[in-house]
Design a protein around this ligand. Sequence first.
Ligand code: PGA
Length: 254
Amino acid sequence: MPFAKPVVLGNWKMNGLRADGIARVETLREHIRQASGQGTLGVCPPATLLTVLEQLLDNREILLGGQDCSSERQGAFTGDISADMLADAGCQLVIVGHSERRHGHGETDELVRAKAEAAVAAGLIPVLCIGETEAEWEDGETIQVLDGQLDGSLPENVTPDSLIIAYEPVWAIGTGRTPSTVDIARTHAHLRARLRELVPDGDQVRLLYGGSVKADNAREIMGVPEVDGVLVGGASLDAEQFWAIYTAGQAATT
Ligand code: PGA
């Protein structure tokens, strides 16, 4: 079964020491204990915090994810972390192809696909990120770029149970700017149509939006057709705001 909607994932990026991470997760657990309603909440902390947080999350009420993984299983790859290691540390998910990896570290579609395939082989769900740059957006190349990234980095033989897609315009990440809901709707409708062609039961693939999602725009964004949830960066560092995004998503999807 694909994850229950809304799927709200926090990408902490390179932020947070042990005490911050524990406090954030404790706050979220407190809210979950008192809440009802459907949905899927997950956090992707820095790798150094995975095993610490896994001990707080052993009943899986909040999913745990890595922010990246190697395409290799093991060996002489200094500084890299394999998908098996993430699974062993308690992760269920791993982000691959984030723009900070594609553009910041020169990762190609081919490498992103190999990482996503390594994740699937390790029993993890890849959260495959795609998104156009500002120049591509301005030149009207968004759909073309997304199609290329999807075709180039989607792993083979995936199903809606083994994959999450996140559309994140590069120009919206960390900038406070977002596409209009009309633009998000258009892009997600296109991606949904592509997923129907590329993945069996592609209607069921969880398709997230990411880029400057905050408590005050979350409901509107998650009310857009074909937006099954959000991938949240900066606002996920504030547990109260992250929880508000999640409840806004619940309100938008019911
Ligand atoms: P942001 O980041 O919410 O801070 O814009 C989103 C992301 O990078 O996933």
